[in-house]
Design a protein around this ligand. Structure first.
Ligand SMILES: N[C@@H](CCC(=O)N[C@@H](CS)C(=O)NCC(=O)O)C(=O)O
Length: 385
């Protein structure tokens, strides 16, 4: 997805959107997700029942690993800037990706909702927030999405009046392949800030809104595993690429993916913040600017045999920093979406006796844990090479 805003000269306006593609069907894709049906803590893994033997895996939790105590809304001081940067999205995207479809909330007395039922408590008020949603048909198998965080920004200065090609002095902040927002800054120069996001961000937002579970195959730059797979499956290395193993449909292009998903698993309507064209692209670019360069490039890592599972949603800044590392390490992960209003919040509270996201379940090591900063450290310690 590309966006261009021109505050300088019309001649500098360069439409950079990719061409639209008709969705294609494919029957050659198979889902490889496998949820950890018998979650274990590292300590319990040695006493697993004889009926279900864990498959041997070369992965183990770091020595002396102990899952941290969950601390809801607490930011570890050394991660304050990361969380702040990730939280920019809440502002620029008006909370898109925080609420599921048909979200509604009401305040009820604290006693009306039993403690084992999920509800957000307003501290000291005696009230809880009861949240509901209206979701469309549920897919049987998780949707598969091949993608990575994609935001690059380029600043370009160009002298007024001269052809674009002859006057360019380009300052690349990160990379040369971007998209465009052009802003006249100086009297004699036009400064062009170009954003390129490739639409993965919007697809992740619609996944949260539709409350879909998605098996993500990260495709960071230089990632050795899933980039070639996308080329093999779809004919080109373009991201995001979606495969729906429930229907056999696969496609490129975020716009098409969003339309497909809302048609199949929603009420057919595209949320307002995802349907504003250039404004959508711009707000998306600004939303991601606080995390510029994160979740884009491959960090050499060991590929585990089973996808990790992460309970998360796009709108949460705590989840975002974890997702970035999953992408950098190219770790396939099943995201159990649980934005506000998701009925899956109840499932997590039953499973973990606490609701908080992100929550990681790693079937390769038996680790289950809350706390974003610790999850990031765990992932690096376990998988980075
Ligand atoms: N210290 C935790 C904070 C995580 C957190 O507070 N997550 C929020 C979502 S952004 C949450 O789970 N809130 C509980 C709720 O929504 O009921 C971390 O770093 O992971």
């Amino acid at each position: 997805m590309a966006g261009v805003l021109n505050f300088s000269q019309p001649s500098l306006f360069r439409p950079l959107s990719g061409s639209r593609q008709i969705p294609r069907t494919s029957f050659s894709i198979r889902a490889t997700s496998e949820s950890s049906k018998t979650p274990q803590t590292p300590s319990s893994s040695s006493t697993t029942s004889t009926q279900e033997k864990p498959e041997p895996t070369p992965f183990a939790a770091p020595p002396n690993f102990k899952p941290p105590e969950p601390k809801r809304f607490a930011v570890r001081p050394d991660k304050a800037l990361d969380i702040l940067g990730a939280a920019l999205a809440l502002f620029f995207r008006f909370g898109t990706g925080v609420f599921v479809s048909g979200y509604s909330a009401s305040f009820v007395s604290k006693d009306e909702i039993p403690p084992d039922q999920y509800a957000m408590e307003i501290a000291g008020s005696g009230f809880k927030v009861k949240e509901t949603s209206k979701l469309g048909p549920r897919p049987e198998k998780p949707i598969e999405i091949y993608e990575y965080e994609r935001l690059t920004a380029r600043v370009v200065f160009s002298t007024y009046g001269l052809p674009w090609t002859t006057c360019k002095l380009q300052l690349s902040l990160l990379s040369k392949d971007i998209i465009g927002t052009e802003i006249a800054l100086l009297k004699d120069y036009a400064m062009h800030v170009q954003f390129d996001t490739y639409g993965s961000y919007l697809v992740r937002e619609i996944v949260a809104v539709l409350d879909l579970d998605v098996l993500y195959y990260p495709c960071p730059r230089n990632g050795p595993n899933f980039r070639p797979k996308v080329l093999q499956m779809g004919g080109k290395k373009q991201f995001p690429y979606m495969v729906d193993p429930n229907t056999g449909v696969s496609m490129y292009e975020s716009d098409n993916i969003i339309k497909y998903l809302v048609g199949k698993y929603g009420d057919g309507s595209i949320p307002f913040m995802l349907s504003l064209g250039l404004l959508t692209t711009l707000t998306e670019g600004f939303a991601m600017i606080g995390r510029l360069g994160k979740g884009q490039s491959y960090t050499p890592a060991k590929l585990p045999p089973k996808p990790l599972e992460v309970w998360a949603y796009e709108g949460s800044p705590f989840c975002k920093v974890v997702r970035e590392v999953l992408v950098e390490l190219e770790l396939p992960h099943l995201q159990r979406s649980c934005a506000r209003g998701s009925p899956k919040r109840q499932i997590l509270i039953e499973k973990a006796k606490h609701f908080q996201v992100p929550y990681l379940e790693d079937p390769n090591t038996g680790v289950q844990m809350f706390e974003s900063a610790d999850i990031v450290e765990y992932l690096r310690a376990t998988y980075a090479q």
